[in-house]
Design a protein around this ligand. Structure first.
Ligand code: ATP
Ligand code: MG
Length: 437
């Protein structure tokens, strides 16, 4: 036995140390190498949001726990098993948001936005937290892009617009082939009818443990079970579309017609119910063909405002998971990262005097809006040139001791290796000329 193994104290110390060198389980760093892809996704989202008139909104990451208990729903996996709760010093219980929608409607109600022209369109992006079992595409802190249309009539064109917005965003990100699945889960009037039929059907089936509970507390979620054993029962379940009332049927019909108008392909999936309690009528999910995990999902939630104590407010929205999208871009578009990194002109210095001078020169380039990178902290010439090569710089500017005394600078074409000495006072103009050419 080694000394270390025989000393429990040392082991504890070692464990504590390695624990400190790990991000929390299921939570990850987004490193500079992949940040350009993250920026791309968020930038495309911003542009799409601008085009379709969605205004950016940010809400606190912490909200009253009760908002999700009531809003997201007591019987959902998110609330039942996955919430992170923080107790404040004052004794309040706050939750790290597991999703955006309840916060969006809370903010709309709190700020009296029903007095503004209706409907209001919002988008938001940021982290959400769910204590799930970490696995591929499933994190405990993940990031979403959210679009919501709140207020006005319960208008099917808004359902279609939310789906169009997510679809166009994914198209812009070159994710294909995309599959849109859509369903109606009815309203307060027709859903109880369907629930009864579903319970009758399921009562005689030997379902899994979870589904036994669902049968009692939230039968619609039976259709959401992912266990192999329950798949076969799902296939034979009565279709909700045979039970919805004429208003809900008509609502779905119109949503589908609007999607057809813009040639957006979809499949109606009568088994799609989604994991959240607040939906009414439309629910949808968007997948990439041959991938099991949804990239985005959402639906209409006309009752949520009332459930959290606000005035009746119609709304529809959805969320896209950035991690899942970035993973697919990395997998299927190997050059996407390279395209995002814009090459800069490299400023190389040799010697202390040149290092000092290179600082003021960098500032001069910035004032002239010329992208220059000055690798401070690396004094060797070969190391600096290597870095310039790695970064695909078109030009390197070399400032040595002699150049500083002569008030000149060497300009090097990184492709051909050709070098030329230029008076320092002309360098901005010279670089501009070469960048144009
Ligand atoms: P799933 O069925 O995959 O658990 P969900 O229905 O719980 O998804 P939503 O609440 O609709 O997911 O969240 C919107 C999107 O956020 C999902 O379509 C997915 O892209 C992403 N997402 C959800 N949970 C996670 C997670 N744990 N890790 C990474 N991304 C996630
Ligand atoms: Mg989930």
């Amino acid at each position: 036995m080694s000394k270390e193994e025989s000393s429990p104290k040392k082991n504890v110390k070692k464990e504590a140390k390695s624990f400190l060198l790990q991000s929390p389980k299921g939570m990850h760093d987004i490193l500079p190498q992949v940040m350009p892809l993250w920026d791309k996704v968020r930038e495309e989202a911003r542009q799409i949001a601008d085009f379709y008139g969605f205004a950016k909104i940010e809400t606190p990451i912490l909200e009253a726990e009760e908002l999700f208990h009531r809003g997201t729903g007591e019987t959902t996996d998110i609330v039942e098993k996955e919430m992170y709760i923080v107790k404040t010093k004052g004794g309040d219980r706050l939750a790290l948001r597991p999703e955006f929608t309840p916060s969006m409607i809370r903010a709309y109600l709190q700020h009296g936005m029903h007095r503004l022209p209706q409907p209001q369109r919002f988008y938001s992006t940021g982290p959400v937290f769910r204590h799930e079992r970490p696995q591929a595409g499933r994190y405990r802190q993940h990031h979403q892009i959210n679009f919501e249309i709140i207020g006005g009539e319960s208008n099917p064109v808004s359902d279609a617009q939310v789906i169009i917005v997510f679809y166009r965003l994914m198209e812009e990100l070159k994710l294909k082939p995309l599959l849109v699945q859509i369903n109606s889960i009815g309203c307060r009037i027709c859903r109880p009818n369907y629930r009864k039929k579903l319970v009758e059907y399921y009562r005689s089936q030997p379902v899994c443990r979870d589904c036994e509970r669902r049968l009692k507390i939230n039968p619609l979620r039976l259709l959401d079970c992912k266990k192999e054993k329950c798949e076969e029962f799902k296939a034979g379940a009565p279709s909700i579309l045979d039970s919805v009332c004429s208003l809900c049927r008509n609502h779905l019909k119109q949503v589908l017609e609007f999607l057809e108008e813009v040639n957006l392909p979809y499949t109606v999936n009568h088994l799609l119910v989604r994991g959240l309690d607040y939906y009414s009528r439309t629910v949808f999910e968007i997948f990439l063909e041959e991938k099991d995990l949804a990239l985005a999902g959402g639906g209409r939630y006309d009752y949520l405002a009332e459930v959290i104590g606000g005035r009746p407010t119609t709304a529809v929205g959805g969320a896209m998971g950035i991690e899942r999208v970035v993973e697919i871009i990395k997998e299927t578009q190997p050059n996407a990262l390279k395209e995002r990194i814009k090459p800069k002109i490299f400023l190389v210095h040799i010697g202390d005097l040149a290092k000092k001078k290179s600082l003021s020169l960098t500032e001069e380039f910035r004032q002239n809006n010329i992208p220059v990178i000055n690798v401070l902290g690396k004094d060797s010439l070969s190391q600096q040139l290597e870095a310039a090569d790695r970064m695909n710089s078109p030009l390197a500017l070399i400032l040595g001791q002699r150049e500083v005394y002569e008030n000149s600078i060497i300009i090097r074409d990184m492709d051909s290796g050709a070098q030329e000495s230029v008076p320092l006072r002309n360098i901005i103009e010279e670089v501009k000329r070469r960048l144009k050419g």
